[in-house]
Design a protein. Structure first.
Length: 231
């Protein structure tokens, strides 16, 4: 992790993190909280956030039709409240999984971004982003989860990476994928064939209790079709 001053950033700086750094940080946090299971299964993300960050969960506050989740920080940069829109809490399997995804995204902000809300940053209100530095909060909207195009909001890209890191930890995800890997070509490379990836994504979604799109994104990142799994 490194930071660099950036006057155009809402925080006055940019935080640089690689995907594997985020994966490692998420796994270490799950281990520290004694939440990481020994074998592939659903991560208790709500229990993790409450116990590891010592913050409250809020499922009743509606901050607007497009706000799916939010994180509030203390004056010292510690996360104090993680919230999910009550519109996501209607109890069916798809929306329950969206709640889990939203909690993992907000957990990413809690894990990666306290430094951005510490007292030495530029304390200013912002327009045109989902960050309010003056009130120490990040409001995460639907497009923050769904867009695959980079729009300059690196903090949302990092929080989205933490969804995989928390809900489909790298070590467990690789273990769950092992039975689907097939040898291709003459070099002994193993990958999950394109024709089977949709089926595999559905099965992995059930293992980790996430929606298939989340599993498919993790599969694309860790086992790209180019052949060699990401290191």
């Amino acid at each position: 992790m490194r930071t660099q001053r950036n006057p155009s950033s809402p925080f006055g700086r940019t935080l640089y993190l690689k995907r594997d750094e985020i994966d490692q940080m998420c796994e270490e946090a799950l281990l520290d909280a004694k939440i990481l299971p020994a074998t592939p299964c659903a991560i208790q993300i709500d229990q993790f956030i409450e116990s590891y960050f010592k913050c409250s969960l809020d499922f009743g506050t509606d901050l607007g039709a497009d706000v799916m989740g939010f994180t509030f920080f203390s004056p010292n940069g510690a996360p104090t409240v993680v919230g999910v829109s009550p519109t996501l809490c209607d109890g069916d399997k798809v929306t329950n999984r969206r709640v889990r995804t939203t909690l993992a995204h907000e957990g990413g902000h809690c894990l990666l971004h306290p430094i951005l809300f510490m007292p030495d940053i530029d304390n200013r209100s912002l327009f045109g982003t989902n960050v309010d530095v003056q009130n120490r909060r990040i409001l995460c909207r639907k497009q923050d989860f769904e867009s695959r195009r980079y729009d300059g909001r690196w903090w949302e890209v990092q929080a989205n990476c933490a969804i995989g890191g928390f809900l489909l930890p790298k070590r467990l995800f690789r273990a769950a994928c092992e039975k689907y890997l097939e040898q291709v070509g003459s070099l002994g490379l193993r990958e999950i064939p394109a024709a089977k990836r949709e089926m595999v994504s559905r099965e992995l979604a059930n293992v980790f209790d996430v929606n298939p799109k989340v599993a498919a994104i993790r599969l694309e990142n860790l086992f790209p079709l180019s052949g060699q799994p990401e290191l």
